[in-house]
Design a protein around this ligand. Sequence first.
Ligand code: 5CU
Ligand code: ZN
Length: 400
Amino acid sequence: MFSQPYIVDIHTHMYPPTYISLLRSRTTLPMVRTFPSAPKEPRLLLLESELPSLERALSSPAANTSGEPLPGRPLTKHYTDPEAKLAFMRQHGITTSVVSLANPWLDFLEDGEEAGKVAEEVNREMEEMCSKAAASQQNREGPDPLFFLAALPTTAPLEAILSLIPKLSQYAHCRGIILSTSGLGPSHSGLDDPAMLPIFHALAAAQLPIFLHPHYGLPDSVLGQNTQSKYGHVLPLAIGFPVETSIALVRMYLAGVFDTVPGLRVIIAHAGGVVPFLAGRVESCVVHDELLTKKFDNQERRTLWQVLREQVYLDAVVYSEVGLKAAVEAVGGVERVMFGTDHPFFPPVDEKYREGMEWESVRLNREAVRKTFGEGSEEERLVLGGNAVRILGLGSNTTR
Ligand code: 5CU
Ligand code: ZN
């Protein structure tokens, strides 16, 4: 394949123009809005946990006297502008990014027909962005600068979703899809809903892996009421997000999704959440559970460990060697783990550091890889880029 070491970021987001117009037109989550105290700085509001601080900001609109930050996060050009993505990549030595639409994707669109149309536009805009970036760097060696993971209109009728999947392979730069934990329709039936199986079969047939990403976190009954005013985004993002993904993965496992669709490949965000640490406990609970032992009675059950090693990949977005080592162990080796940044989330808090300096969030992940595998080692090369090139087929820039 490629002899030089390439750094590939497989966990990196954008909101293409169609999506941003949609968010600007909305008055409920997710939305883009400005506040009287900062009329020139649009903010991106995404999470349920941001609603109490939105209410407070709206009830005293003139000034933000409490010292509490405005709700959400600043909608910087990093979310929307491909040039900003490419500049961020250059600044951090990232040679290729596999960009995905950020949360909450199209989950909130109750009108399935609209969701279908937005998905087509978003995916078309993603391909256009990747193709333009490739054309502007024609003479470079190695994989193109940008690839993408497509969005699925999960509230659209099943037939519409199924007809979209084979078309994704016609995009030269599409290498999989990004999916939330919610499942089909507005009811959040989850990924263990048997209605998801035709989609999983179609993705396996098209050889498109799923990038499973959180958005819904944990309820306030677990995280605490209105913790944002005391603890900011820490609890929903650091704990709620990875636990959500972990539950979704274990539900898929318990429902037998991986046995029913052996060709399915899933990349779990944030290094698999708590699964690497808790897979042993899941296994123990399965063998001690009357219902499940009966369910698996006459079958050769693959353990969760086996499924992790055969059908699951993890990103390396875990910010520490402790978590990274557990991730590698859980999937049975360094070959199934891929570097990521979660850009443009987690920018430096001080705006003046946002341009031109290394982002702390990237430094922590990069350093965890270096310390875990050793600078210049083959393992480091694989995690930083070699695995992504192999697993996602980035060596070829043509339609698959
Ligand atoms: O900061 C955040 O809320 C997020 C988010 O919404 N999505 C993500 O991938 N990371 C952080
Ligand atoms: Zn992310």
